[in-house]
Structure formats: structure tokens, C-alpha cells
Design a protein. Structure first.
Length: 264
């Protein structure tokens, strides 16, 4: 693993989260802070840099230009909505960060208003898919609840303590590749808004489960909902009559208990 101290901080930012981290790092280390456009024009080939770049579609923006310029990249800090949520090794592979370069994915947040038209469309597609996955979770972790809030509201999650691991590497040279999700339970305090979100999510899951059960009963099939994943089991008739084959002519199951409207 490379252990060379950088002489410059180069950053590529869009919504300001990456710039915020790069600025904090500059304040702690005293290194000069340079925007990527300026660095590509003024810094000579072989300059020792630490690169801060924002992430879109698992691509670290600006990193390709940095490599083409043949800078001596001492470390890479990526800033995205979920930080290590996808796993450090997976992010490293997709982003194309060489294995000898220390790599630090940090949580930045979301600000769709700062995106261009094409970027907004891609953002909406990605977040819609992610929200569907998260909402199917019966017992979301604090990290997963924070992901939902970040997507729904858009917010900055920049925290100086997230930089500690980068500063530790800079000061001591110590680095260990860690493939784990952000420990969001640490220092986590529930607010009233958090409780409302969780209650609303629980109600949504219950209503979706009810609709799914009703739909599957009409089709003559039975599904179990566990840990957010649909597992197809036997048909309902097969559960009730295990010694006989499924008969499509059997009468429709009683759905009255699943009706949303009750007579007054």
C-alpha cells in the first residue's frame, strides 16, 4: 500500500459536500487546496496529491482526468449519498481506484437542485429504485432510515468526524482496508421526526403486505414476507390440502378479512 504524503489537495465538487470535506482537510493539514480545473492547468505531472471527488453512478467525478494527467495520487476520498453503504471494496472496483492507493468513501448528502437536467433524471431513477428496496425492509436499521430521509428530503451529512480516518492515515501512514457499512448507531439520537418516519414506514409496510396477500390469494398463491424479501411458497390450497394436487376449480379464498372498508 502506498505511503507517500501528498503536497496538494485537489477536489472536484458539485453540491458542495466534497468541497466541505476538502476544506476541512486543508484546515487540519495546512496543505494547499486546489480545484480540479486549476490543478489540471497549473500542477506539473507527478505532483503528489490527495484527490477528493463526488460520486455519480459509482463513478468518481474527475478521477479519470487526474489519472490521465499522471499525477502521483497518494489517496482518494470519494463523497456520495451513502458513503460506505455499498462496501468499500465494491466502490473501489467500480470506480477503478488502484489497490495500492488508500481509498476513503465518505457520506456527503444529496442536493438535487444542484444537478443538471440529465443528472436529475439519473438521480430520480436511482433514488426511486433505492427507495423501493428500502421500503420493503420490515426492520430498517438507523443507517437505512437515514438513507430514506436523505433521499426524501435531500440534506447534508458532512461531519468532521468522518474525516478522522483520513487524517489518521495522513499523520501516521496507517491504513487498513475496511469493508463495512457506516456505523450509524453510534452517537445516534432519535428525534420526534425520526419516530414519525419509522411509524409511517411501519404503516406503509403493513398496508403493502395486506395488498400483496389479497392479490396473491386471488391468484391462488401464497407468499411469505420476511426481512423485506418475497419468498414464494406452496399454493394456499396445497398448504391446506397437502395430500392432494392443486385444483384450479376450487372456490376463491375468503377475502373479507382483507377488505379495507367496513360497514358502519
Amino acid at each position: 500500500m502506498k505511503r507517500v504524503k501528498p503536497e496538494y489537495i485537489v477536489y472536484c465538487s458539485n453540491a458542495g459536500h466534497t468541497h466541505a470535506y476538502a476544506k476541512l482537510f486543508a484546515e487540519e493539514t495546512g496543505l494547499p487546496l486546489i480545484k480540479i480545473d486549476e490543478a489540471l492547468k497549473k500542477l506539473p505531472e507527478g505532483s503528489k496529491i490527495i484527490f477528493f471527488g463526488w460520486v455519480q453512478n459509482n463513478i468518481i467525478q474527475g478521477y479519470k482526468q487526474i489519472r490521465e494527467k499522471k499525477f502521483d495520487v497518494c489517496a482518494v476520498v470519494s463523497v456520495s449519498m451513502f458513503g460506505r453503504g455499498s462496501g468499500v471494496k465494491a466502490l473501489r472496483n467500480v470506480a477503478g481506484v488502484d489497490w495500492e492507493i488508500p481509498f476513503f468513501p465518505l457520506k456527503g448528502g444529496a442536493d438535487p437542485s444542484r444537478l443538471g437536467l440529465t443528472q436529475k433524471m439519473m438521480y430520480k431513477t436511482f433514488t426511486a429504485k433505492k427507495m423501493r428496496e428500502l421500503k420493503l425492509l420490515l426492520n430498517p436499521t438507523p443507517l437505512e432510515m437515514d438513507m430514506m430521509r436523505t433521499i426524501e428530503r435531500g440534506k447534508s451529512t458532512v461531519k468532521s468526524r468522518y474525516l478522522d480516518i483520513v487524517l489518521d492515515w495522513y499523520n501516521t501512514g496507517a491504513y487498513e482496508e475496511q469493508d463495512f457499512e457506516d456505523d450509524f448507531s453510534n452517537e445516534y439520537k432519535k428525534t420526534k421526526i425520526d419516530e414519525i418516519d419509522e411509524n409511517r414506514h411501519a404503516s406503509w409496510v403493513a398496508s403493502q403486505k395486506k395488498k400483496l396477500e389479497k392479490e396473491e390469494l386471488r391468484k391462488g398463491t401464497y407468499k411469505q414476507h420476511a426481512d423485506g424479501y418475497m419468498q414464494r411458497g406452496r399454493t394456499r390450497e396445497e398448504w391446506e390440502n397437502l395430500d392432494g394436487a392443486y385444483n384450479p376449480d376450487m372456490p376463491e379464498a375468503d377475502l373479507s378479512k382483507y377488505d379495507d372498508n367496513t360497514e358502519e
